[in-house]
Design a binder for this molecule. Structure first.
Ligand code: UDX
Length: 499
């Protein structure tokens, strides 16, 4: 570990991956450190010009967080102008975003070595990097700087994602129906090939995705510490697996969620499809826990076939809903939404009956989930959406699309009992009747009631971990402080056990 003993300025540089689901929690982490330790650290979040512009518009000048731009040459990697994050490109160009983000290394090294504002000429104390920016470990080693990764996913999700890309265990499964184990996991943890994105399912040893991700994961495993956006008590098994399998001390410091005072409108470089006030007014007109919120995160949509069936199922369920809607998979993500993608007259019926609200592209998610009229969340179960839902005691209907979302859903359903899986990915044929059945069950009085009880319990666990009362710190606050102490003292990090 490259931690020296020389006196250091208290400067921390944070570098998220180029995706809203990563940038949002990184900014929230910087804010949390600034808030807990005012004046003790200089915090700088580094990203590309467009992302920094978005962050700047959401950052109060007194937040104690600085922003710095790195020049981004997306065109060198075949990205169109304005494409600086995964939500602004079609799925087919995602790999280029990963390649372009790795090419930031020289500029980042220059920035950290020479240019970051400091008072004593020393390099920063610590780099906190996204797991997809594992290459930053070289920069840290070169400069003798403490290096930590921050996984914006949960413990189990991260551990499973790492193990699967490193070992490709599904290649041993003879058929779609066969289940298989995952190296480093208990034998009882079984997956099927349907729980993988097409890219992963079709991957082989020489696949460019495999090479790129294995490299970043291996870098992460040589980091000095890993911060995890979970509370240890929320997923103790997953957290322990992450620490055991990576060999890196894990600090469960979350959930790091945007502060309640920051609206959804003010935390991402996105244009809202509806004013938060209008959304609240619509929700106010509905009884408690009667509305289903439907959203697939910052960058996903369903297929055209699935969209029609989802719409028909929502209508047949008789439940009220807010649906964040984008063009179906395969169409221009930024393009105009076409009426033909929905059953004839669907939107008009939803509007005139007051039962459904369709929001184009981006909704004020935090405000929606905080509203008492929301009874369940149909989600791809990206980790931010999962935490935002559980923090409000809202149970989930899972429809994982990519990345570690499949393993999140497995844990939420099998271990925590707060989720029912409705479908997987983009190729599964979804039937309206199945949508109707699952929505009815999760929002109903039998299974639904028990799921809500468990989701409320998860909210209590989250509150306890992130609360400070009468000098008593919740485990996540204690873990964050222990991490910062280790960084500042230049002592080796020991993870949750030290908190
Ligand atoms: C990605 C990965 O897909 C996910 O699996 C991983 O855990 C984190 O990175 P994403 O797919 O965007 O994230 O999903 P999610 O983690 O749920 O993050 C989306 C964020 O955007 C949430 O904070 C959510 O509140 C916000 N959002 C999304 C809105 O505010 N409004 C919207 O309409 C959609």
């Amino acid at each position: 570990m490259a931690v020296g003993t020389a006196a250091r300025r208290q400067h921390i540089v944070l570098i998220p991956f180029l995706a809203q689901g990563h940038i949002i929690p990184f900014l929230a982490l910087a804010r949390r450190i600034a808030q807990r330790h005012p004046g003790r650290f200089i915090l700088t979040v580094v990203s590309t010009p467009l992302n920094v512009r978005g962050l700047r518009s959401s950052l109060h000048p007194d937040a104690g967080v600085l922003l710095r731009e790195l020049p981004f040459r997306g065109a060198d990697h075949g990205l169109p102008p304005g494409a600086e994050s995964t939500d602004s490109v079609p799925q087919g160009l995602l790999f280029k975003v990963f390649q372009a983000s790795a090419s930031l290394r020289t500029e980042f090294e220059g920035l950290v070595a020479e240019d970051i504002p400091r008072e004593d000429g020393c390099p920063p104390l610590c780099i906190i990097a996204d797991v997809f920016m594992g290459w930053t470990v070289h920069v840290a080693r070169q400069l003798g700087v403490f290096h930590a990764t921050f996984t914006t996913c949960g413990g189990l999700g991260t551990a499973a994602y790492f193990a699967i890309w490193l070992h490709l265990p599904h290649l041993n499964a003879a058929s779609e129906e066969d289940d298989f184990g995952v190296p480093g996991f208990p034998e009882t943890f079984r997956l099927r090939r349907s729980q993988m994105s097409p890219t992963l399912k079709n991957a082989h040893e020489r696949d460019p995705w495999v090479i790129l991700l294995r490299e970043q994961i291996t870098f992460c495993c040589s980091s000095d510490a890993m911060l995890c956006n979970n509370a240890e008590a929320l997923e103790p098994t997953g957290t322990a697996l992450l620490q055991k399998n990576t060999g890196v001390p894990v600090f469960s410091i979350g959930p790091i969620l945007p502060p309640e005072t920051i609206s959804s409108a003010g935390r991402a470089a996105k244009v809202l499809g509806i004013a938060p006030e209008a959304c609240i007014e619509w929700l106010d007109a509905h009884p408690p826990r009667s509305v289903l919120y439907v959203s697939f995160g910052s960058q996903n949509s369903v297929s055209a076939q699935q969209m029609v069936q989802l719409a028909a199922g929502l209508e047949a369920s008789g439940r009220s809903f807010i649906w964040v809607i984008r063009p179906p998979f395969g169409f221009d993500v930024k393009g105009q939404f076409r009426a033909e993608w929905l059953p004839e007259g669907f939107e008009e019926r939803a509007r005139s009956s007051g039962r459904g609200l369709l929001v184009r592209d981006w909704a004020p998610q935090l405000e929606i989930l905080a509203h008492g009229s929301v009874g369940a969340f149909l989600s791809h179960c990206g980790w931010n959406s999962t935490l935002e839902s559980l923090a409000r005691g809202v149970p989930l209907i899972g429809w994982p699309m990519a990345a570690e979302q499949f393993y999140n859903v497995k844990m939420l359903e099998e271990e925590m009992g707060v989720c029912v899986e409705l479908a997987r990915g983009l190729v599964q044929e979804v039937e309206a009747a199945e949508v109707e059945r699952v929505v009815g069950m999760v929002m109903g009085e039998e299974k639904g009631k028990e799921m809500r009880r468990r989701a409320v319990k998860a909210a209590e666990v989250i509150r306890a971990a992130t609360r400070e009362e009468g000098g008593e710190k919740g485990t996540s606050l204690a873990a964050l402080d222990a991490f910062l102490e280790a960084v500042q003292q230049g002592t080796p990090a020991t993870g949750n056990s030290a908190a």
